[in-house]
Design a protein around this ligand. Structure first.
Ligand code: DSN
Length: 479
């Protein structure tokens, strides 16, 4: 462990150096820490990386191009990049029990693109090359190349629908994935809000996707990946899991057996900065048969890897292999459940009636609000959340009917189940006291609302008082 003094000195010195060049940037960095210390952060996809992880990103690795893979680069002088990339991949393989890890993706979207193109290359391009007796695509005739391009663009993907909690990159039209694939969605049961595996199997039988995708950014329950793999196998689909949101729960062995995607999926993608608590970035884990194609992610769909971020991934993954990370992961879920129970007790309505992961979705229509009104009113009271669709959302994807809340960040700060009950009270108070305002024509607005500033101020003070007991980055003193 480094001493608190070392961490304060490191960040203070960094700010001093930056301040000498562009003081406004130094000011914004310091202000960001102050703001984060003050806000009650319930955004399910955010967290606080460790000082070691943050510091691993601010160095000379940022200057290095390293296209290629460890030991096989298209640039000279990559020996130190090889060291950190190999370490990050090793920690990832060990942590998740994966056969292969590719740590170059810059984000979750990038990781998904790498995965899609690895599957397309393996299942569509490779057979076409073999049939044409070509070694690579440049060897194809114009006619064969044209036919292959059409075939690549004519594949099917089945993923979770956006309003049920799926992600935009799982084949939705506004995203590149929806333009690449003919996509169909499976939703959730209208009564329970849970995935209905029989319905997924039925959709898979009818649609026969090349790729079956599981994973979510707004589904508050565990997914049975063993059953999903059986469904994929029954129709010859490649089974892909996007575990960006819950990677920390997999790493911390909260999700095991049928609920751990790694042994069941052909390919798993993730971000490294959500519940995993690493730097902003992405990662792909896969079975050996896809490894070669996955490693072609750069330059296939990625720009040059970011060695400074890979160094930080190595640090964060090493942290996640420590025994205390499992304790952290367990507390994330205990906190989410305490928060959900506190809200339910006060009369809130939650999608699926609760949670067994790190997030919950409040259906704010029971408070007479849209998600947008609720998000802004909570923000007025110092509570940072984001609005989210609920299944079959009557208010669409912009206004929405839900608020997504998650506990990875506050759990990192040290808040526990008792504090979650206090937060449930604060959230309920704000939502209960917020009223819809009218449009000029007298119809109810979906955006405007009325919240007594005295209520917002009081809740904001209560939130600050609560946070004061759990200082963020207590080892970092910038004064
Ligand atoms: N932006 C992430 C989230 O908030 O869930 C997913 O990409």
């Amino acid at each position: 462990m480094s001493s608190p003094n070392a961490e304060s000195t490191a960040f203070r010195s960094a700010l001093e150096v930056i301040r000498a060049v562009e003081p406004r940037v130094a000011g914004a960095i310091a202000a960001e820490l102050a703001d984060q210390r003050e806000s009650l952060k319930l955004i399910a996809s955010e967290n606080y990386a460790s000082p070691a992880t943050l510091l691993a990103m601010g160095n000379w690795f940022s200057d290095k191009y390293a296209e290629g893979t460890v030991g096989r680069r298209f640039y000279a002088g990559c020996q130190n990049v090889d060291t950190v990339e190999a370490l990050a991949a090793e920690h990832a393989r060990e942590l998740f029990g994966a056969a292969h890890a590719y740590v170059q993706p810059h984000s979750g979207i990038d990781a998904n693109l790498v995965a899609f193109w690895a599957v397309l290359a393996d299942r569509v391009e490779a057979p076409a090359l073999k049939k044409a007796q070509a070694r690579q695509v440049n060897d194809l005739t114009e006619a064969d190349w044209f036919a292959l391009r059409r075939e690549l663009g004519n594949q099917r993907m089945l993923g979770m629908s956006l309003d049920a909690g799926g992600h935009l990159t799982h084949g939705f039209r506004p995203n590149i994935s929806g333009k690449m694939f003919d996509q169909r969605s499976y939703g959730t049961d209208p009564e329970t809000g849970l995935i209905d595996y029989d319905k997924v199997a039925e959709a898979a039988r009818e649609f026969k996707p090349l790729i079956l995708v599981a994973g979510y950014s707004a589904y508050p329950r565990r997914v049975n990946f063993r059953i999903m793999r059986e469904i994929a196998d029954s129709v010859g689909a490649t089974f892909m899991v996007d575990m960006a949101h819950f990677a920390g729960l997999v790493a911390g062995k909260v999700f095991t057996g049928d609920f751990d995607p790694v042994p069941h999926a052909h390919i798993v993608t993730t971000t490294t900065h959500k519940s995993l608590r690493g730097p902003r970035g992405g990662m792909v884990l896969c079975q050996p048969e896809l490894a070669e194609q996955v490693d072609r992610g750069c330059p296939m769909v990625l720009g040059g890897p970011l060695p400074h971020v890979m160094a930080a991934k190595a640090v964060a993954l090493a942290e996640a292999r420590r025994p205390d990370f499992a304790d952290y992961a367990g507390r994330i879920v205990a906190n989410a459940q305490a928060l959900a129970e506190g809200l339910l007790r006060r009369g809130a309505s939650l999608v699926t009636g609760g949670t067994d992961n790190h997030l919950a979705i409040i259906d704010v229509t029971s408070y007479g609000l849209t998600g947008r009104q609720a998000e802004q009113a909570l923000l007025d009271a110092g509570i940072v959340t984001n609005r989210n669709s609920v299944p079959q959302d009557p208010n669409g994807a912009w206004y929405t009917s839900g608020i997504r809340i998650g506990t990875p960040a506050l759990t990192t700060r040290g808040l526990g189940t008792a504090e979650m009950d206090v937060i449930a009270e604060l959230i309920h108070t704000v939502l209960n006291q917020t009223k819809t305002a009218s449009n000029p024509d007298g119809t109810p607005s979906k955006a405007k609302y009325v919240l007594d500033p005295a209520v917002a101020d009081k809740v904001s003070r209560q939130a600050s008082d609560l946070l004061a007991g759990f200082p963020l980055y207590p080892t970092v003193d910038l004064t």
